[in-house]
Design a protein around this ligand. Structure first.
Ligand SMILES: O=C(O)C(=O)C[C@]1(C(=O)O)C=C[C@@H](O)C=C1
Length: 113
């Protein structure tokens, strides 16, 4: 193996070490994301129950608008694309609204499946 092949091999090893390290970081962050999402859904489950029992609508568009504005600002400050942050929030909130509707339906019909 000549000198230039040697240095290529060394660079590749270094890249693989860094790749493994970054993937470790990504795995840790994914675990944090799952934990945070689980906590958020626990909180919204309680909101869904409160809304169902008190005959409040599942969705609150004005609240959502304030959340989107706030999240877009936080995203920009964190160098995250605000459009992406908004999409993620909308995706989560639409799932929450479906769950709220299911909770209200279960309360109306007495079904729990
Ligand atoms: O804050 C509420 O009223 C909720 O039901 C929670 C939540 C959310 O997931 O943040 C979901 C639906 C509403 O449209 C607004 C916000």
């Amino acid at each position: 193996m000549n000198h230039s092949q040697d240095s290529t091999q060394t660079a590749t090893d270094a890249a693989l070490v860094e790749l493994r390290s970054i993937r470790g970081t990504i795995d840790n962050l994914d675990a944090v994301l799952v934990g945070v999402l689980a906590e958020r859904f626990k909180a919204t489950q309680r909101v869904g129950e409160l809304k169902a029992v008190n005959n409040l609508p599942a969705g609150d568009p004005e609240r959502e608008q304030r959340q989107i504005e706030r999240l877009r600002t936080l995203a920009a400050e964190a160098q995250l694309d605000p459009e992406f942050a908004e999409k993620i929030l909308n995706f989560i909130i639409s799932e929450v609204i479906q769950r709220h509707e299911r909770i209200a339906e279960e309360l109306r019909t007495g079904s729990h499946d």
